[in-house]
Design a protein around this ligand. Structure first.
Ligand code: SF4
Ligand code: SF4
Length: 473
């Protein structure tokens, strides 16, 4: 059996102690070029997250998965339940996109764009550091006995956490219930919308608990994406890695002084890469499932390398092949395969979405004993038309009359509310003298909306005693 790329390097996650209890992590602060880049990306992503619910495109909130109305709006494209095939196509595109991106750039999403990392490292960790200090101070504070200073700091931190988490949670809800509705409900008394209020309170609490307590465990224990790494990555995928060939054998300054005859690598075993890691792992142990590719250890190690007068990049963006001294290949069968499938599904989605009809009609034969009736020299067939309106306003759909056939419908045109479907009952009457028996009599249904033809469909007219025959429904 082939060896997995991402092997466990220890028996238990870094956040669980030998006794099974939670081991609290205190990642140290650091500075560096990658942190600066990530900060810029974080600011842009947060601006998008908080801003998009207030942006309108084509009369709709730019991004909205309107659960009560079962409607998805995405930068002007509006999908209704009748467009579920497009939603599945969108989902499939997203999955193939994840496969492609991961095979090429590893856990780029986790380190740079996942909301958990963006908010945890970009907002909540910073707030915690401002209030409680850097890693050592935070640990000392947690170990200290409860006094006024500790209570004050903890209360302040959790109050700020709660307010910020609440704002994040309410913005998150805007993507599912519309910003207008969330603002409206926030300004009303909880008694006016008890269900929604309870839901909002629960979401607020979950976000607060995640950033204040659960933290890195979401990545290391709960999130399935980390577990997919062993199948999605290969030896050429981009990873954050430690250059073992250059770093080993590692030795502190003391070790080097004591053993001047021994040859050491560039790693001075200072532990800074471990100290800054938000998931508490040691990058020198190789590719690990818990590594979210946040680049903190790159910055920490580069800083040390500069201080000891060595070239930076002992820990860097690299690939397993490159770390083995081989060439990194960007184009390979796996990425070509994922890329091709991605191009195909995006093309199919674009073609299907752009040819989608906003108003549709489809006729089926009605069921039941009265599907065909004969009386007073007339033969009557009962049909039903399913009318679909994917627009944001009411549609009035007209059944066009046909010479020789007498259409009886309760209303013509038939109104269909925005985003809804309706059923038009159609009774088609034909003079018995004109009727061509044996299924040769075809009635043509033509539907119009705003003067334009939207559907055209033929159906055989049944005669006496033909209901239930093959082709009679
Ligand atoms: S090992 Fe490095 S890149 Fe991976 S999570 Fe830790 S600090 Fe981030
Ligand atoms: S920060 Fe660099 S030098 Fe220090 S222990 Fe980590 S890899 Fe070695």
């Amino acid at each position: 059996m082939s060896k997995s790329l991402v092997e466990p390097t220890q028996e238990r996650p870094t956040t669980i102690s030998e006794s099974g209890s939670r081991q609290w992590l205190y990642p140290a602060s650091f500075a560096g070029a990658w942190l600066n880049r990530r900060t810029v990306v974080n600011v842009v992503l947060m601006a998008l997250f908080f801003g998009l619910p207030w942006l309108e495109v084509g009369g709709h909130q730019a991004v909205l998965l309107d659960l009560p109305r079962r409607k998805l709006a995405f930068f002007g494209l509006v999908l209704w339940p009748q467009d579920s095939y497009l939603l599945w196509l969108l989902l499939f595109t997203a999955i193939v996109g994840i496969f492609f991106i991961t095979s090429q750039w590893g856990r780029l999403w986790c380190g740079w764009a996942c909301p958990q990392t963006v908010f945890m490292e970009g907002v909540f960790r910073r707030i915690e550091t401002w209030i409680e200090g850097d890693a050592n101070k935070r640990k000392r504070l947690d170990d200290a006995k409860l006094d006024a200073a500790k209570i004050g700091k903890k209360l302040l931190k959790h109050a700020v956490f709660f307010v910020v988490a609440g704002h994040v949670a309410n913005t998150f809800l805007c993507y599912f219930a519309s910003s207008e509705r969330v603002v409206e409900m926030t300004l009303q008394s909880p008694a006016s919308n008890p269900g929604w209020f309870a839901f909002m309170a629960a979401v607020n609490f979950v976000f607060y608990a995640d950033f204040a307590w659960f933290r890195e465990q979401l990545c290391t224990i709960a999130c399935p994406y980390g577990r997919w790494q062993s199948v999605l990555l290969d030896e050429h995928s981009l990873i954050v890695g430690y250059d073992r060939n250059r770093g080993e054998s590692r030795g502190t300054k003391g070790d080097r002084r004591k053993n001047p005859e021994q040859s050491y690598g560039d790693c001075i075993d200072c532990g800074r890469c471990v100290a800054v890691c938000p998931t508490g792992i040691d990058i020198r142990n190789g590719l690990q499932m818990e590594c979210i590719n946040c680049t903190a250890c790159i910055d920490a190690c580069d800083d040390i390398m500069v201080k000891v007068g060595k070239p930076t990049g002992l820990v860097r963006y690299t690939s397993l092949e490159e770390l083995d001294g081989k060439d990194h290949r960007f184009v390979r069968p796996r990425t070509i395969g994922y890329g091709l499938v991605l191009v195909i599904v995006i093309t199919v989605f674009a073609v299907v979405a752009s040819n989608r009809k906003m108003v549709e009609a489809q006729v089926v034969r009605a069921s039941g004993p009265s599907v065909v009736t004969v009386a007073d020299g007339w033969i009557t067939n009962h049909f039903r038309a399913k009318l679909v309106n994917k627009r944001d306003e009411e549609a009035r759909i007209t059944l066009r009359p046909q010479a020789g056939y007498d259409f009886r419908v309760p209303m013509n045109p038939w109104p269909v509310a925005a985003g809804k479907t309706a059923t038009m009952e159609i009774f088609v009457r034909r003079k018995l003298d004109d009727f061509k028996p044996g299924g040769g009599d075809q009635v043509l249904f033509v539907f119009e909306h705003e003067g334009e033809e939207i559907a055209r469909q033929r159906a055989p007219l049944l005669g006496p005693g033909m209901a239930g025959r093959p082709g009679g429904r």
